[in-house]
Ligand binder design. Structure first.
Ligand code: ADP
Ligand code: ZN
Length: 213
């Protein structure tokens, strides 16, 4: 089963993708993570995208489609979760073609609905473990007081450069302008399922499980 998680920044796509990876042996393809890796590696492409990402703008379709194309060549037996991709209609078309070429298809698109106030609160409180990617929230799931990640014991707490209010406003604007049209695109194809992303992590997980049945 190949699925897309769709929703604004902070909707909880990454958190739910990690759960699906653990429970269903699926493979998470997060273009945001791939771009951050490219940035950290200091590659030429990484240097180009760093400024774009910090401002909260979208990286070009060409770059992200190239990243996804590379990954789809590998073994994707357990199915793929697309997290943060596609983000434009051009990317959605390209993904459809790429999958078709590989004899695959999208089986479901899960929209995670969250209101703007909640997004801003979540994102400005967000941190992650630099070693394993565990996601924390200053209010609801604070970094342990012993300084060690609950999942892997690392002390490498990270905050994203674009998790500040200015970039976030830009990211939300990009979402409404360029990504939200995908809801209509997938609805028209009969693939769209919507879940309430405002609940507890477990509750959202159950809704996604039900949506995928
Ligand atoms: P979030 O959904 O929380 O904004 P991501 O980690 O998915 O975060 O993406 C972070 C940034 O990476 C985006 O603001 C954008 O600059 C870039 N990016 C990620 N995926 C894409 C994509 N599919 N197309 C264009 N830019 C992307
Ligand atoms: Zn960790």
């Amino acid at each position: 089963m190949n699925i897309i998680l769709l929703g604004p920044p902070g909707a909880g796509k990454g958190t739910q993708a990690r759960i699906l990876v653990e429970e269903r042996n699926m493979m998470q393809l997060s273009t945001g993570d791939m771009l951050r890796e490219a940035k950290d590696s200091g590659s030429e492409m990484g240097q180009i995208v760093a400024g774009v990402m910090a401002r909260g703008e979208l990286v070009t379709d060409e770059i992200v489609i190239g990243l996804i194309r590379e990954k789809l060549c590998s073994d994707t037996q357990g199915g793929v979760i697309f997290d943060g991709f596609p983000r434009t209609l051009g990317q959605a078309d390209a993904l459809g073609k790429l999958l078709e070429e590989n004899g695959k298809q999208i089986d479901a698109v899960v929209e995670m609905q969250v209101d703007d106030a909640a997004l801003i609160a979540r994102i400005t409180a967000r941190s992650t473990c630099g070693a394993c990617g565990e996601v924390y929230n200053d209010q609801t799931k604070p970094w342990p007081s012993n300084g060690k990640c609950i999942n892997c014991g690392s002390t490498d707490i990270k905050r994203r450069a674009d998790d500040n209010e200015d970039s976030l406003k830009q990211r939300l604007m990009e979402y409404y302008k360029k990504t939200s049209p995908l809801l209509g695109y997938y609805y028209a194809r009969g693939d769209l399922k919507s879940v309430n992303g405002l609940g507890e992590i477990d509750q959202v997980k159950s809704e996604i499980t039900a949506a995928l049945k």
